[in-house]
Design a protein around this ligand. Sequence first.
Ligand SMILES: [Zn+2]
Ligand SMILES: [Zn+2]
Length: 124
Amino acid sequence: MRTPACAQLHIWLASPEPAAPPPTLVAHVANCAYCRGELILPLVRLFGGRLPVDDPLPCERCQQHLAAFIDLERAAGSTRAAAAFPHVWLHHRTCAECAELYQLVCAVVTATVSPGALTADPPL
Ligand SMILES: [Zn+2]
Ligand SMILES: [Zn+2]
């Protein structure tokens, strides 16, 4: 059922280049079937049905691709990164542990890497 926290998800989804979700939101989504459904809708719009939702992603696989996802996100924007790694995009928004890792990696990358130094190799 819908709660005030569900409204927060809508606000967050409405931003054109969503930043990492606040941990409270991630924790909510992890336990809210309604919000997990809401997260599917933007994926449908982005990927036209090529959805990884039938194949729930283990954290291990998300974390394997997280660095590449972040590289591409920094190089080409969130939308491109989400299109290339839809499973990572969805997972790190629904898993508190991986969202935390994502924020940590982003912080480290921002602090230590200058633009252009990433080994960006977009799979396109
Ligand atoms: Zn909710
Ligand atoms: Zn995870």
